[in-house]
Design a protein around this ligand. Structure first.
Ligand code: PEP
Ligand code: MG
Length: 386
């Protein structure tokens, strides 16, 4: 049983040099820390990262520190009592970091791994989804693809092989971009994906020759305004019917395997039409569903998606993350656990992905903050193979 003796927090920098929260807890079995990442192309319906601001949440945790000591924490579902204590007083980043630190303490106390606290029977490994070329909000260059992420989704035998293959292709793509993009400067964006001045069709042409399943995070809400999708490269406006036809053409012409957020975050209807038309592709909700059980229920009712992004700090509350995963599994919706664009060296995402038996882990290809998570998954794989 874990007994929390005190809780404190401080601000640290994420990979984008923006501040985020790190929570430390002192317990009967030692001291544990965990931090939360930061999003940039956030969904409108995400929970707020902090109640008012980061410093406010740090102060609030200090005030609540003594309350936690009354709780004995033994199982994953005991986290609910922690949530009840702080509910409404701190934001999603703070709650996620606090609950993550508690999970680490529980694992230590039980001499188990963190994923075993979630589900000790977990055995299936997720496929990796890695961002190779970027555009949209995550890239700082002027001329760029309007879509946010061009994803590689290898399907080799192990996580290690999948990771190696993604890295190899990303290196080769650098040479391709040198050849086809005269403005290319080998610069990496927020998620360490290549920045390019090519547009989405030109990028897909580059990636097609690698004969690897490809995906897009269109992050369509980020360029949707007054009922139009506002493309800049090249400059043109598409209404929702035109967007539907354009996305359908891309899926067909480039045999895309995975399409995240192809429409605005309120447009459950167009998602539904696309899922119906392409039942054998992954039509993925991120800004649409924001790891929120109620939004997922609506998406299920309207048959809007067949796959779903889970970002624990979109909701903050790990018992709701569990509800979302259970709902998704019940309705045959594939689960993709995902990093955020501003990441920290926290690796608990790998344990959560495996513990919740997600189908995919979307976690970039490079940069130490992303590598720690993939390496942790490789470590779990190695331990289980022994
Ligand atoms: C995403 O849209 O999938 C993403 C990682 O964005 P962010 O973390 O910036 O919200
Ligand atoms: Mg997304």
């Amino acid at each position: 049983m874990v007994v929390i003796r005190s809780v404190s927090a401080k601000s640290i920098f994420d990979s984008r040099k923006e501040k985020t929260i790190e929570v430390s807890i002192k317990t009967n079995v030692g001291e544990f820390k965990a931090s939360a990442p930061n999003g940039k192309s956030k969904g409108k319906h995400e929970a707020k990262s902090y109640k008012k601001n980061l410093l406010g949440d740090i102060e609030t945790l200090k005030k609540f520190s003594d309350y936690f000591s009354m709780e004995n924490i033994d199982f994953f579902d005991d986290l609910k009592r922690i949530e009840d204590i702080v509910s409404g007083n701190v934001g999603a980043n703070t709650l996620f970091a606090l609950e993550s630190a508690i999970l680490k303490a529980m694992a230590k106390e039980k001499k188990k791994e963190v994923w075993e606290i979630v589900d000790s029977k977990a055995r299936k490994f997720p496929r990796l989804v890695g961002n190779c070329i970027g555009g949209g909000k995550h890239s700082g260059n002027e001329k760029k693809p309007d879509f946010q992420e061009f994803l590689l989704i290898p399907n080799e035998k192990s996580t290690k092989e999948n990771f190696e293959l993604m890295k190899k292709i990303k290196e080769k793509v650098e040479q391709d971009l040198k050849e086809f993009d005269e403005k290319f400067k080998s610069i990496k964006n927020d998620e360490y994906a290549w920045e390019t001045s090519l547009n989405e069709k030109e990028v897909l042409d580059v990636l097609l020759k690698y004969e690897i399943p490809l995906g897009l995070d269109i992050a369509a809400s980020s360029f949707y305004s007054r009922k139009k999708y506002l493309y800049k490269n090249p400059m043109l406006k598409r209404d929702s019917g035109e967007q539907f036809r354009y996305i359908s053409n891309l899926i067909e012409n480039f045999d895309l395997f995975y399409i995240e957020d192809p429409f605005d975050e309120e447009d459950f209807e167009d998602f539904s039409k696309l899922t119906k038309k392409f039942a054998n592709k992954l039509i993925v909700g991120d800004d649409l569903t924001v790891t929120n059980p109620e939004r997922l229920e609506k998406a299920i009712k309207m048959k809007s998606i067949n796959a779903l992004i889970v970002k624990p700090n979109q909701i903050g509350n790990l018992t709701e993350v569990k509800t979302v995963c259970e709902l998704a599994k019940k309705y045959g919706i594939k689960i993709i656990f995902s990093h955020r664009s501003g990441e920290t060296n926290e690796d608990i995402l790998a344990d959560l992905t495996f513990g919740f038996q997600a189908d995919f882990l979307k976690c970039g290809i490079a940069g130490k903050e992303r590598e720690v998570k993939i390496k942790r998954l490789i470590e779990i794989e190695k331990d289980l193979a022994r």
